[in-house]
Design a protein around this ligand. Structure first.
Ligand code: CTP
Length: 414
């Protein structure tokens, strides 16, 4: 995960930390959010203060930490008397995230208690409230806890569901606080939900397809899936209602994205045809094999009994051409973006591909570059549009390329 995250940069996040053993993970979260560019104001409950000191959070956020409703805590109340610091804290926040949230905290929030800074800020903050329950499995499963969670979500709170795993008690069950990248994924989703893709369905393809020869071997390519997975994350950051990621890559699925795993080009084509039938936007990043072995050996090819095989190839469909025909019939996807990997005459080939495949935008990259492209985290691309404009972007991270592509595609949709 790259440190800077544009969707979180400049955001003011109030992080309420309550007394679960998992509150040590909140230190890492506060640190990563700060590195992402957010201003993180931590409120520590009394119980959390027994696990982790205010100084720890202060050191990672570079900001004052709030612990006490009555004491002089924090220096960020904009000159407000300390007894109403909580109102200022909540009012100017973009989100209020209580991570981890104990059973006791959930109970207090559900009932509108206001006897400490954590609960009183929940009542006074007009921004979205996020809760991440973390407790032993039996406490999480208890009908009282479940009822409190239901009350909070019905009231509009965003729930970060707990993971299954081992607890401090040694028991195994549902109730563990997810790891930092997952927590950040949820926060991105909430911060971005009113973005330019609000209400839209986005389909993304990613990775290199694998065309099997026998049960162990395949013909593949060097695509890692990084750029495609970054596009899916950008679509979430832009508030898309639904993001379908048809992928052959093993990279993690961004929070909020529905993953459709595929291997072969034919599987990818079938999945894309199905999911694009009502999609607003398709971003076709996958490196699809143009050819597949015409025969598949049901048993592993053995060097002792089999002669060296001659691999005969058959052509795969061009998926974008299939989708162009579908779009001609029903009008979906409304906007289609393709990628082109070229090793020579980049812009000439790219312009031809954009035209032939009926693309609204084409993102072209030069695969001979050693500092960008396959497997690495950076990319240098040019974006071609239907009016013939070509925009050459500087070398940037794949996450930044993804944001640029999503921004331009969203503009075409509106
Ligand atoms: N593509 C596709 N179906 C294929 C091959 C490619 O839909 N069978 C899509 C890719 O996902 C990409 C675009 O077409 O969005 C361009 O892919 P690229 O590999 O650059 O081009 P090809 O059409 O395969 O042409 P060539 O290999 O001759 O450069």
């Amino acid at each position: 995960m790259s440190a800077h995250i544009p969707i979180l940069a400049g955001k003011r996040i109030v992080l309420g930390v309550t007394g679960s053993i998992a509150c040590y993970k909140a230190v890492d979260l506060a640190s990563k959010l700060t590195q992402a560019g957010a201003a993180v104001d931590v409120i520590l409950s009394n119980a959390a203060g027994r696990f982790v000191t205010p100084l720890t959070f202060q050191a990672v956020t570079g900001r004052a930490v709030y612990t006490d409703l009555w004491g002089a805590t924090g220096d960020d109340s904009g000159g407000l008397p300390t007894h109403i610091a909580h109102v200022g804290l909540g009012e100017s926040a973009d989100i209020y995230a209580i991570i981890p949230a104990t059973a006791n905290t959930l109970s207090k929030l559900a009932h509108g208690a206001s006897d400490d800074l954590i609960s009183i800020t929940a009542l006074s903050a007009p921004c979205p409230l996020i809760v991440a329950p973390a407790m032993d499995g039996s406490m999480y499963d208890h009908p009282a806890t479940q009822a409190n969670i239901r009350t909070l979500t019905e009231r509009g709170a965003y729930l970060i569901p707990p993971d299954t795993g081992r607890f401090a008690s040694g028991m195994v069950g549902l109730g563990r606080l997810p790891e930092t990248p997952t927590l950040i994924g949820h926060l991105r989703r909430v911060v971005g939900r009113e973005g330019a893709l609000q209400g839209r369905k986005v389909v993304v393809s990613a990775g290199g397809t694998r065309e099997p020869l026998d049960p162990v071997r395949y013909i593949g390519n060097r695509s890692s899936g990084k750029q495609g997975h970054a596009i899916a994350q950008s679509a979430i950051d832009a508030g898309a209602r639904e993001v379908i990621l048809v992928t052959s890559s093993d990279l993690p699925t961004p929070v909020g994205v529905v993953r459709v795993p595929v291997e072969r080009a034919e599987e990818m084509e079938a999945a894309l045809v199905a999911h694009c039938a009502d999609a607003d936007l398709l971003v076709m990043v996958a490196a699809v094999a143009d050819f597949r072995p015409s025969r598949y050996a049901e048993r592993k090819i053995k060097k002792e009994t089999d002669a060296p095989p001659v691999i005969e190839l058959a052509a795969n469909n061009d998926i974008l051409l299939t989708l162009k025909a579908e779009r001609g019939r029903h009008g979906f996807p409304r906007v289609v973006v393709g990628f082109a990997a070229e090793s020579d005459d980049l812009l000439l080939h790219a312009a031809d591909k954009r035209q032939r495949k009926g693309l609204d935008l084409l993102v072209a990259n030069d695969i001979t570059a050693t500092d960008a492209g396959f497997s690495v985290d950076d990319n240098r691309v040019s974006i071609l549009d239907a009016a013939g404009n070509v925009q050459a972007l500087d070398l940037m991270s794949k996450a930044e390329v993804a944001d640029q592509v999503i921004e331009r595609a969203s503009a075409l949709l509106s």
